[in-house]
Design a protein around this ligand. Structure first.
Ligand SMILES: Nc1ncnc2c1ncn2[C@@H]1O[C@H](COP(=O)(O)OP(=O)(O)OP(=O)(O)O)[C@@H](O)[C@H]1O
Length: 196
C-alpha cells in the first residue's frame, strides 16, 4: 500500500453534483477514499459520535487550534465553527487512502495557502448552466425560494473564481452523469492502480 496519497479538494456550486459523483466513486471503491473528520463547536445531534461524524470541541479549544495553525481551513456557519485539521488529513494520507475534502471556495483558497503535502489536486464540478443548476436544486426538493436564491448567488461567485487561470487542476462539466463520472474517476486512475 502506498503512503501519503495526494488528497483531492472538490469544490463547486451547491447542486452541481459533488455528492452524487463522490457517492458513486466511494461506492465503487469503498476502501480507497475517505473523508477527513472535521472539528466543530456545534453540539452533537442524536446518533452522531465524536471522532466519527465530527470531532466535537468547545469554542475555546477551537480558537486555540486556530491560533496554533492546526487547521487547513475553517469557517463559521450559523453561529458554529467548522474546520478541517491538518492532522485529520495527514492521518488518512498515512493510511494509504485518498483523502477527499469537499469544501467551498474560501476553503479552496485557504488550503492553497497551507503547507499541505503532497500538494492536493483541485477539482471543480461545474453545472452545464445556471438554469440547469437551478432546476436540479429545485428537483432535489431541499430548498426554500430564499435558500435557492442564496445558492445561485454563491454559485455565480464560485463559477467566476473557477474561470480564473490555474484556479483548479480539473474542471468537470456535470452534464451527462455517466460522462462526468468517467472523467472524475480517471483523475484517480494511477492512485487506484497502486492502491490495489
Ligand atoms: N449529471 C446530472 N444530471 C442530472 N441530475 C443530476 C446530475 N448530477 C447531479 N444531479 C442531481 O442534482 C441534484 C444536486 O446534486 P448534488 O446533491 O450531488 O449536488 P452537490 O454539489 O453535492 O450539492 P451541495 O453542495 O448542496 O451538497 C441532485 O438531486 C442530483 O440527483
Amino acid at each position: 500500500m502506498s503512503s501519503n496519497c495526494r488528497a483531492a479538494v472538490i469544490s463547486g456550486p451547491s447542486g452541481g453534483g459533488k455528492s452524487t459523483l463522490l457517492t458513486k466513486l466511494m461506492g465503487e471503491y469503498p476502501n480507497s477514499f475517505a473523508f477527513s473528520v472535521s472539528h466543530t463547536t456545534r453540539k452533537p445531534r442524536p446518533g452522531e459520535s465524536d471522532g466519527k461524524d465530527y470531532h466535537f470541541v468547545q469554542k475555546e479549544k477551537f480558537i486555540e487550534m486556530i491560533s496554533n495553525q492546526e487547521f487547513l481551513e475553517h469557517a463559521e456557519f450559523s453561529g458554529n465553527m467548522y474546520g478541517t485539521s491538518k492532522k485529520s488529513v495527514n492521518d488518512i494520507q498515512k493510511s494509504g487512502k485518498i483523502c477527499i475534502l469537499d469544501v467551498e471556495i474560501n476553503g479552496v483558497k485557504s488550503i492553497k495557502k497551507s503547507d499541505l503535502q503532497p500538494t492536493p489536486r483541485y477539482i471543480f464540478i461545474k453545472p452545464p448552466s445556471i438554469e440547469i443548476l437551478k432546476s436540479r436544486l429545485e428537483g432535489r426538493g431541499t430548498e426554500t425560494p430564499e435558500s435557492l436564491q442564496k445558492r445561485l448567488d454563491t454559485a455565480a461567485e464560485a463559477l467566476d473564481y473557477a474561470s480564473k487561470d490555474g484556479a483548479y487542476d480539473y474542471i468537470i462539466i456535470n452534464d451527462s452523469l455517466e460522462d462526468a463520472y468517467k472523467i472524475f474517476k480517471n483523475i484517480f486512475k494511477d492512485d487506484l492502480k497502486s492502491l490495489q
